[in-house]
Design a protein around this ligand. Sequence first.
Ligand SMILES: CC(C)(COP(=O)(O)OP(=O)(O)OC[C@H]1O[C@@H](n2cnc3c(N)ncnc32)[C@H](O)[C@@H]1OP(=O)(O)O)[C@@H](O)C(=O)NCCC(=O)NCCS
Length: 200
Amino acid sequence: MKTTAKEKTASASTLKSRVIVEDANETDIVAVREIYAHHVRNGLASFEENAPSLEEMRARHAQASRQGLPYLVAKLGGRVVGYAHASPYRARSAYRFSIENSVYVRDGMAGTGIGGVLLDALLARCNNGPWRQMVAIIGDSGNKSSLALHRSRGFRLVGTLRAVGFKKGRWVDTVLMQRELGAGSTSLPGDAASEGGKSP
Ligand SMILES: CC(C)(COP(=O)(O)OP(=O)(O)OC[C@H]1O[C@@H](n2cnc3c(N)ncnc32)[C@H](O)[C@@H]1OP(=O)(O)O)[C@@H](O)C(=O)NCCC(=O)NCCS
């Protein structure tokens, strides 16, 4: 028997309510790597072409921790089904109040609300931090799920960089989307943080 759209929505909302989001620990990175490796090998969302090693993924996770940036996992019955994290938007010091986000859901589980739960949790954490802007750099202008996910969480379209990537034998665009965090640009950062070169 065919599943109706109504039944699909109902099962997605049941699944979503069972998802727990928590800070990733070192053990979780094994599953995080597995999830990311699939998307690196088979998709265009990431412009990496070779899946990073576990050691490299652990180093990235450790760096986020050192920088005070959230790195979250979504678990369903104890199994990691997706992850989301923030990283500096760009390295030069004047960019220090701007961060980039990444969200990846386990292969076969997309479209069930996990990405939304993860991005909501990431935004809640980042809104409470010192950062003022979040930028989504979306690989492939045909990435409907990611565009819809970000749009539904208040990101606005900034523009499309045409054919800046070449992966899987074709040119790939990146779409830039952005939303404010906390007070956005309506106020200046605190005294110490506003001094050039210091981290927030
Ligand atoms: C992009 C991704 C993280 C989204 O997560 P997801 O669990 O599939 O998304 P959700 O089911 O939570 O949907 C989020 C919103 O987008 C909408 N949406 C999701 N996929 C959609 C699609 N293909 N078309 C239209 N809308 C869609 C949903 O309706 C939902 O809106 P709502 O919360 O207002 O109801 C996930 O699909 C994924 O991992 N894709 C591959 C990697 C990737 O592209 N990552 C993003 C890197 S920038």
